[in-house]
Design a protein around this ligand. Structure first.
Ligand code: SF4
Ligand code: SF4
Length: 439
């Protein structure tokens, strides 16, 4: 067992709320709201019009930029509108609204690709691209772009099954319930990259998943090598994971491929396997609906575009003292203020917190304890950055390497003075990036 990156914290795990809850399939809603941005990158271009009939799995918005991922209909039905709607990111985003005909008529483009991949593993890249697969661990970076960036350059494939963010158990349940599908996806990637093995990293708080994987991976020198790491947040952050597995450090502004590595989430491997075996693109995902503010926490397979409200209803609704709804976990999730925003490809959790978890105080104040510096996995000086952000001193923010921040939230979590440092740092990064873009 190993733990080899700087900093990190041990937040309350909260995983016991849902780790033993099998994945339930949530019926598709009467209407889905599919924004043309379901990924990190540029918006897609709609290729359907209002009034068109669409089938389940049909392409409805095409990636036209280098970093983007095709978008497919998550139901069959009729396009009711294409208009700006509120996205979980807080912005109004062009959204394809589809009235569900409740038939789930599968599009004729959805066909298996098994023979193609068996004949030529390189065919996988295009299959992944056409399936619109993105990083399912929450990052939502287009997987085909990641594959292309690493092909011919890497000597290490790392599978990220750390799921280090508290409360979330979507990856855990996928490993427990469909381990062979996950492992098949890993093997396809290993063949594509022409590497002898992939390193599969799980945190030691997922004993049931580790035992399940071991039923299928008995040989520690085979094509999949399971590594169990000590639980420590943010173990699953890409740079930290690479460092703990290979001792290599991704340079500031660099990519994992710069140090010979490529990292895929375990659920992404599951999605790759499904796209190959059935042809079904990324039209749904597993979401943990959890937290002390939810009456009956659980894990649900839901269609992309389902309003968050439907997930909360399925989980019994909010408790009387529910106070804050987050899309994502408590460390990196974003607060949502309208429960009609839709689930996107990277939505791994809907977390509801209560007044008891609210740590904010009327007058946050730095007591110069230094805990944020010790906790920062990027070796930054979060408290100092906080003060220069408030002073709007962009030159100093650049000197403090603010853009290296991975927005993990460790500094805010550990802060004795209850400062919301991460929020300040996000704003500081935006200011520095805007200045760079202007220059
Ligand atoms: S400064 Fe950024 S990387 Fe460092 S602990 Fe805070 S959020 Fe994480
Ligand atoms: S942890 Fe908070 S109180 Fe302590 S030095 Fe950092 S910003 Fe100041």
């Amino acid at each position: 067992m190993s733990r080899k990156f700087f900093g990190g914290v041990h937040p309350f795990e909260g995983k016991s709320l849902t780790e033993n809850c099998p994945i339930q399939v949530l019926p598709a809603p009467e209407q889905v709201l599919i924004p043309v941005v379901l990924h990190i990158g540029a918006p897609c271009e709609p290729v359907v019009n209002v009034g068109d009939h669409v089938n389940l799995g049909q392409l409805i918005a095409k990636a036209t930029a280098a970093v983007a991922a095709d978008i497919h209909s998550s139901v069959s039905g009729t396009v009711a509108a294409i208009e700006p709607r509120l996205h979980a990111n807080g912005k109004m985003v062009q959204t394809i609204v589809i009235d569900n005909d409740m038939q789930d008529t599968i599009d004729e483009s959805v066909v298996p690709h098994t023979a193609e991949v068996e004949a030529d593993p390189k065919a996988l890249t295009e299959i992944v691209r056409k399936a619109g697969i993105v990083g399912m661990g929450g990052a939502a970076f287009p997987t085909a772009v990641k594959i292309t960036s690493g092909l011919g350059k890497v000597d290490n494939i790392i599978i990220n099954a750390a799921e280090c963010e508290p409360y979330i158990t979507a990856d855990h349940r996928i490993m427990l319930e469909q381990p062979e599908e996950v492992l098949e996806g890993v093997r396809m990637l290993t063949k594509l990259f022409e590497l002898p093995y992939a390193t599969f990293v799980v945190e030691n708080n997922k004993k049931a998943a580790i035992n399940k994987l071991r039923e299928f991976v008995k040989d520690d020198n085979g094509d999949i090598r399971i590594k169990v790491h000590k639980t420590l947040y943010p173990q699953g952050a890409e740079k930290q994971l690479i460092q703990s597995v290979t001792k290599r450090q991704v340079p500031p502004g660099g990519l994992p491929a710069d140090v010979g590595c490529v990292v895929f989430n375990d659920y992404t491997c599951w999605a790759i396997n499904r796209a190959v075996k059935t042809g079904m693109p990324a039209i749904d995902r597993v979401v943990s609906v959890t937290g002390p503010g939810i009456k009956n926490p659980g894990n649900y397979r839901v269609r992309v575009g389902t309003p968050v409200r439907k997930l909360i209803e399925a989980a019994g609704g909010l408790t009387d003292n529910a106070q804050k709804v987050l899309m994502g976990g408590p460390m990196m999730g974003i607060a949502i203020y309208d429960l009609d925003v839709p689930v996107v490809k990277g939505t791994n959790c809907i977390l509801v917190l209560t007044d008891k978890e609210n740590r904010s105080v009327a007058e946050p104040n730095c007591i110069r304890c230094g805990r944020c510096v010790a906790a920062c996995p990027m070796k930054l000086m979060p408290g100092t950055i906080y003060h220069y952000e408030r002073a709007k001193d962009i030159a100093m923010l650049q000197k403090l390497h603010v853009t290296d921040c991975i927005e993990c939230g460790c500094c805010t979590f550990i802060c004795a003075g209850r400062l919301d440092i991460t929020q300040s740092i996000k704003m500081a990064k935006a200011q520095v990036n805007a200045l760079r873009a202007k220059k």
